[in-house]
Design a protein around this ligand. Structure first.
Ligand code: FES
Ligand code: FE
Length: 426
């Protein structure tokens, strides 16, 4: 099989052999040619998350991101409509925007000055006389991608034949709805993000979002940095949680079943770490019911939702994946707050985010070390396999998909089934 991979012969049969029901071939982390195929067959074919609408608050707001390796700009035009445009000048290909986000009236290419509107239309060409009548501005807008939204989550695709976003998300929609409850009645808002890269394949991170098995070991330093009650809450590997395959590569890992619906059982005792917040909210005049709702929401949901191929709604933040090369991945951790919510509550959320996800946090740096080691190890024993059979004996069928215990590798198996389907499509 590795000879086929070396020779770039990616017939459907070869691809299907690389992903089996309980394992995937190590070349999925290391093979450059396979990576190029992924850009073509996955990132250029399926729905890819590009933004949350709160990142584009006003007419003229924009952000830049990539879909696979193709740079795009997400814009909001004067009619408040959202567009996803290829960040590529129609003259000689320069990117027309290099900032991560901002507000503008237009995008002016820095090379020769062609300028484009917020909807991508080509508005003006400097010194047009030399073109005579051999150019038609209407035929040269920034290329616009098909774009659809669910609950403010903006997705785009290069594939005009793909199913509607609603169908693609399927049973994952119910979990997105639950995730949005952490606005505590306020809309959620992406406050900001930090971007970092790790020297490893993008699927190593994709797997990690529904990997409860690593938590007690990799996150020892996090667990030793919190109070006993919180430590107990995060002791979920043998708990009542579960992982469920939601179809199309999506999956959910419920670590804390009592925190699936943030609006349920609000009368439960407020955890010690949030008592000061509850007091502060009460002293600001919030009614007890809203204090409890806000406090509950601040801690985030008790689950991680993985939407194939590039976005995780993880407890209280979005994690966005961008493949850079077969052995390098960029990650965006987006902090989420309550738009218009009490400052004190939003400050708490940001502190919690920094505590785990921040660059000096007690969580992400430890995860990154583990992912880096996976990539390094994957160069040893190239004919070996990545085992993904944990939880198989306990797997049961549900109306949405397959379900197993919380530390099962069910979510990873779901993602690789979708990988195989897209990569082997004729
Ligand atoms: Fe953009 Fe020439 S490349 S104006
Ligand atoms: Fe982790």
């Amino acid at each position: 099989m590795s000879n086929y991979v070396k020779n770039n012969l990616f017939s459907s049969e070869v691809i299907r052999d690389l992903v089996q029901d309980d394992r995937v071939h190590t070349s999925l982390y290391t093979d450059e040619a396979l990576f190029q195929e992924e850009l073509k067959r996955i990132f250029s074919q399926t729905w890819v998350w590009v933004a949350h609408e709160s990142e584009l608050p006003e007419a003229g707001s924009y952000k830049t991101i990539t879909i696979g390796n193709q740079p795009v700009i997400v814009t909001r035009d004067r009619k408040k409509e959202i567009h996803v445009l290829l960040n590529r000048c129609r003259h000689r290909a320069a990117t027309v925007c290099e900032l991560h986000k901002g507000k503008t009236n237009s995008f002016v290419c820095p090379y020769h000055g062609w300028s484009y509107g917020l909807d991508g239309s080509l508005r003006a060409i400097p010194h047009p006389d030399s073109y005579g009548d051999c150019i038609n501005k209407d035929e040269l807008p920034l290329v616009r991608l098909r774009t659809e939204q669910y609950q403010g989550m903006v997705f785009a695709t290069f594939n005009n034949d793909i199913e509607p976003l609603n169908d693609f998300l399927g049973p994952a929609k119910k979990w997105i709805d639950l995730f949005m409850k952490q606005g505590a009645g306020y809309p959620i808002k992406v406050l900001g993000e930090h971007r970092f890269r790790f020297p490893g394949n993008w699927k190593i991170q994709l797997e990690n979002t529904t990997d409860a098995y690593h938590f007690p070991l990799v996150h020892k330093s996090f667990l030793s940095s919190v109070d006993n009650q919180t430590e107990e809450q995060f002791d979920f590997v043998e708990g009542a949680g579960f992982v469920e395959d939601l179809g199309n590569g999506h999956s959910v890992m419920v670590m804390m079943p009592q925190l699936v619906d943030l609006e349920e059982d609000l009368e439960r005792e407020i955890p010690g770490r949030f008592e000061a917040l509850a007091e502060a909210l009460r002293s600001e005049g919030h009614e007890e019911s809203s204090v409890r709702k806000i406090v509950r929401a601040v801690g985030g949901t008790g689950f991680n939702l993985n939407i194939f191929p590039n976005i995780a709604c993880s407890m209280s933040f979005f994690r966005v994946l961008q493949p850079i090369s077969v052995k390098e991945t960029e990650i965006h951790h987006c902090a989420i707050v309550m738009d218009g919510g009490p400052d004190i509550a939003n400050q708490y959320r940001v502190r919690l985010h920094e505590h785990f996800q921040g660059p000096l946090g007690f969580g992400t740096p430890d995860d990154s070390e583990a992912w880096e080691r996976v990539q390094k190890g994957a160069y040893a024993g190239k004919d070996l396999w990545i085992m993904l059979n944990r939880g198989l004996p306990n797997e049961v069928k549900t109306p949405d998909g397959l379900k197993s215990d919380v530390s099962a590798e069910t979510g990873m198996r779901a993602a690789y089934r979708q990988w195989k389907k897209l990569m082997s499509a004729e």
